[in-house]
Design a protein around this ligand. Structure first.
Ligand SMILES: NC(=O)c1ccc[n+]([C@@H]2O[C@H](COP(=O)([O-])OP(=O)(O)OC[C@H]3O[C@@H](n4cnc5c(N)ncnc54)[C@H](OP(=O)(O)O)[C@@H]3O)[C@@H](O)[C@H]2O)c1
Length: 223
């Protein structure tokens, strides 16, 4: 697959992986989030209006949905609102955006950042997160390619604020926790960006570890 990027919109590019992607792309990337210049709270259903306006403001060829999160802990020790938040941010917003892009016959690429671990396990400590991420993967990959070009990229653990300090990988297996720069380069390499420094983005090792963790890399395989 090759996709020349000229205008990229990152939903949730103020921190973590989204910021690392933005740093790799430089001026061609625009990020919107709760703390960017263009503010949007994707947990709120009415944020879709802002997202639509931004999408209409520039000829974006790639839209990357990076925002995500959810409560960590025993399900009923967490508020229902926090679970609602997780479903809104991880599932409803990206699905609504994909539906909107389909309705305007968007010709670019919509990329959803999934989670290799969430898609493969139902960790009792992060049920609403895992299930909403997995639901998005299944729903998005069921979209016919002629309606919208969708890719789901599902990284493993990353060293960001989202991964709790006392979580298993941080404590027991820090070697499994990747830096966002490496993951961002792997994602852009996969998307065929010409923006990358070839010594970074085209490193075949990126593909080795992604293959170990994600079937999403293989695009629209039956799942
Ligand atoms: N970290 C991991 O171990 C890991 C592993 C696999 C997959 N992932 C996935 O990777 C993606 C990026 O995660 P990350 O680890 O980079 O997390 P992060 O460091 O917490 O960054 C999340 C980004 O999403 C934005 N965001 C969060 N809630 C938002 C909201 N309600 N409205 C608008 N923007 C919002 C944040 O911006 P503001 O706070 O400024 O709004 C921030 O830019 C997520 O989809 C996550 O599920 C993470």
């Amino acid at each position: 697959m090759s996709n020349e990027m000229k205008n990229v919109l990152i939903l949730g590019g103020s921190k973590g992986l989204g910021l690392a992607i933005k740093n790799e792309l430089g001026d061609i990337a625009l990020s919107i989030s709760r703390s960017d210049e263009i503010k949007v709270d994707l947990s709120k259903p009415d944020s879709l209006g802002i997202v639509k306006e931004v999408i209409q403001s520039k000829p974006f060829d790639t839209i990357i949905y990076c925002a995500g999160g959810g409560p960590h802990g025993d399900y009923f020790s967490k508020s229902i609102q926090s679970h609602y938040w997780a479903y809104q941010v991880n599932f409803f917003r990206p699905i609504e955006i994909a539906d909107y892009l389909k309705s305007i016959s968007f010709k670019g690429l919509f990329v959803y950042v999934g989670s290799a671990i969430a898609e493969r396990s139902n960790s009792k400590k992060s049920l609403s997160y895992s299930i909403s991420k997995k639901s998005s993967l299944l729903a998005l990959l069921s979209m016919p390619e002629e309606s919208l070009k969708v890719r789901v990229f599902s990284p493993p653990y990353m060293n960001t604020g989202l991964l709790p300090k006392h979580s298993w990988p941080r404590v027991e297996a820090p070697e499994l926790v990747l830096e966002t720069k490496e993951v961002a380069q792997a994602l852009l390499s996969w998307l065929g960006s010409s923006q990358l420094n070839p010594s970074g983005g085209s490193d075949p090792r990126h593909f080795d570890w992604i293959k170990r963790f994600t079937y999403s890399l293989t695009e629209r395989k039956e799942i």
